[in-house]
Design a protein around this ligand. Sequence first.
Ligand SMILES: Cc1cc2nc3c(=O)[nH]c(=O)nc-3n(C[C@H](O)[C@H](O)[C@H](O)COP(=O)(O)OP(=O)(O)OC[C@H]3O[C@@H](n4cnc5c(N)ncnc54)[C@H](O)[C@@H]3O)c2cc1C
Length: 304
Amino acid sequence: MKLWNHYHVPQTIDEALHLLESYAGQARIVAGGTDLLVDARAEVAFEPHEALIDITHIPELLNIQEEGDMIYIGAGVTHSAIVKSQIIVDSATCLVESCGVVGGPQVRNVATLGGNVAHALPAGDGTTSLVALDADVEVFYEGQRRWLPVCDVFLGPGRSLLQTGRDLLLGFRFKKCGQGEATAFKRIMRPQGVALPIMGCAVWVKLDLAFAHFESVRISIAPIGPKPARAVEVENELVGKAANGDTIESVAAFAQTVLHPRTSKYRATEDYRSEMIRVLLRRTLTLATERARTGTAVPEGVGV
Ligand SMILES: Cc1cc2nc3c(=O)[nH]c(=O)nc-3n(C[C@H](O)[C@H](O)[C@H](O)COP(=O)(O)OP(=O)(O)OC[C@H]3O[C@@H](n4cnc5c(N)ncnc54)[C@H](O)[C@@H]3O)c2cc1C
């Protein structure tokens, strides 16, 4: 069976949108193809389409830009490009740490951050960090360009707000880490695993002026529910507390009591995942706190 009849490589966003419109829902966006073509071959969530529209030659979607205290990343930027970006290493280290563990080098060289989010799996590694960074997503949705909080794009596992063949994810924006702020990402993966993690965790911390207390914290642990979400109850437990090992240990234990991951047939049991919540929070909070104090961050665990 032929999976598509035409393959288009538009050079501008307008051209891509025009193509989507002309196929009236019968075309499908492709970026790196690392999710789409695996699904197509397995015939999972993929029906034959009249056309594929490849967005990887649209310069506006391939940029990483710094504007004031914000960073903009185009939807077509690959995980490898993010890992190599000094701007992101310095001011959103968790994203480098998450994009740096996606698949192997062959996957990272073509797979995009936009594809990671558009595929809408709750534990996509790039997604986990975007949630901790409190990122917004720019979409062409219902005929208009607009910005949405990243979590609003997700409807459930593999289901996003974007209508296949009509809408387009354009890019991301988030605030750079400032003085006393830092991030970290870690995941637990099966040794032979190449796809989604058993559990991933990204944190953003802001310390007070004396670097002694947590002033504000964002925590993203996945998968917990069907959609990515912040662990707000756990964040609230940290605010105002001393930024030290005792606090981190007791809040990591608290997290285990309020977060309820589920058993996955392919990855891990609920009990194991629950233990990993504690381990990952301890590791990421300790690392991010250290980075916030020293003002330096060397990404850890990133593949080449
Ligand atoms: C061997 C292997 C290992 C992997 N390991 C990991 C891993 O460790 N962690 C992880 O999170 N993921 C992993 N993945 C999944 C995948 O690589 C990532 O999710 C990747 O970021 C998807 O990006 P892509 O550009 O390849 O998306 P594509 O496959 O091109 O697209 C995915 C979906 O998103 C849609 N889409 C893509 N871009 C847009 C856009 N701009 N606007 C609207 N819709 C769009 C497509 O139509 C399709 O439905 C792995 C995949 C493979 C094959």
